[in-house]
Write a protein that binds this ligand. Sequence first.
Ligand code: FAD
Ligand code: SF4
Ligand code: SF4
Ligand code: SF4
Length: 374
Amino acid sequence: MKSRKDLSFEDLLDEVIHKDLCNRCGGCVSFCSANSIDALKIGKDGFPEYKYKDKCLECGICYLICPKTRTLEEELKSHFDWRYPLGNFIDVFSARSTDEDVLKVATDGGVVTSILIYLLENKVIDGAIVSKRMGTHGRKPIIAKTRSDIIDAAGSSFAETQHLDELGNIYSTSFPIIKVIKESASESMKKLAIVGTPCQIEAIRKMQLLNIVPSNLIIFTIGLFCMQCFTIEDLSKKNFAKTHKIDLDDIEKVNIKENLILKMKSNVSFHIPLDEIEEIARPACLACNDFSNEFADISVGGVGSQDGYTTVMVRTSIGKQVYAEALYQHYVENSHGLCHESRKVNEKSLLRIIKDFAVRKKIRSEEKNKSMNK
Ligand SMILES: Cc1cc2nc3c(=O)[nH]c(=O)nc-3n(C[C@H](O)[C@H](O)[C@H](O)COP(=O)(O)OP(=O)(O)OC[C@H]3O[C@@H](n4cnc5c(N)ncnc54)[C@H](O)[C@@H]3O)c2cc1C
Ligand code: SF4
Ligand code: SF4
Ligand code: SF4
């Protein structure tokens, strides 16, 4: 294995991008552009590539922070008191938003959206990096600065969105502006929350571990559970739609819980076993081993909770503090109220289900990595 000081983007090309393991999180480009080095860009197909190869300083940071490389893994695990198979966590429960506007548009219980609104309205953050809906199924990362920006981004898209690139773009093109903002002691955009898949959150955590810009601006992370990502176009491949007699134009809402759930405009819902959508999973997702977003402050998903509720794992002390305040100020409510016994039963059953998925994903990843190394 190369020593840290010998690593560069060439190693990322060899070990990740050319092996089809890049999940297009944009972390490498975000770091490089945010620090005004500007050697990298996101190419047309969404994968990172050189923008100006001669500007590369061969610092190796793009390699270190990539969620697909392992050099920082042990350090990260130890920093977060990681335990197999779910990482560290303090509490697990089902919850939902108390806001009708949020519940109407949310993927599950709207907990993500309501926690972000709580953070913004209480001035804990200046903005949140979320994925804004574009067209029927498309998404674009934005910095949401108002309650309505946050609500506009509710719901889920199962394709990758390059949140981290957004962070880079904002702070590369605006880097001098940040300095001015700092100098003028303005509060604007100094504290951000981010919502992301496990690969996106891992890239942020690695940047924070190395203490590098712009990850210092992220003060709160909400991690989505994730079995795999895909686009609606992926679903149309391999006769998937034909086999299931699905008109892709008729899809109104997509969700992943125990199954892939396609809710049609005609009000019919299809529940498709996750095994079946593995055929459209990308190699990067098949090799990925984190289901429950092990390094987030709060992780959320749909599995285990009844419809209209989000499964919530509180992991860190800041996660605990934020969730307790959002609960106290009635932005969110727990499904099992305060009854200790029923909360314990719910917690046990949620943990069993999340563990099943987490272990399943780790086994799938081991098998994929073994087959790639043959
Ligand atoms: C790619 C992907 C895979 C998932 N896989 C699973 C799974 O296997 N099992 C499971 O239980 N849950 C999974 N989820 C999580 C689930 O779909 C819900 O997002 C979660 O339960 C939160 O629901 P909510 O109603 O509280 O969120 P909402 O209040 O609706 O907010 C959702 C937030 O997620 C952000 N977002 C949407 N799409 C993306 C994206 N592609 N990348 C980054 N951020 C995004 C939105 O901007 C919004 O802020 C997945 C989510 C995604 C995006
Ligand atoms: S300058 Fe550093 S971060 Fe940018 S491409 Fe080169 S090695 Fe990667
Ligand atoms: S950091 Fe993200 S975008 Fe860059 S190579 Fe790794 S997975 Fe791909
Ligand atoms: S399965 Fe892994 S690599 Fe794929 S989107 Fe989810 S977290 Fe990222």
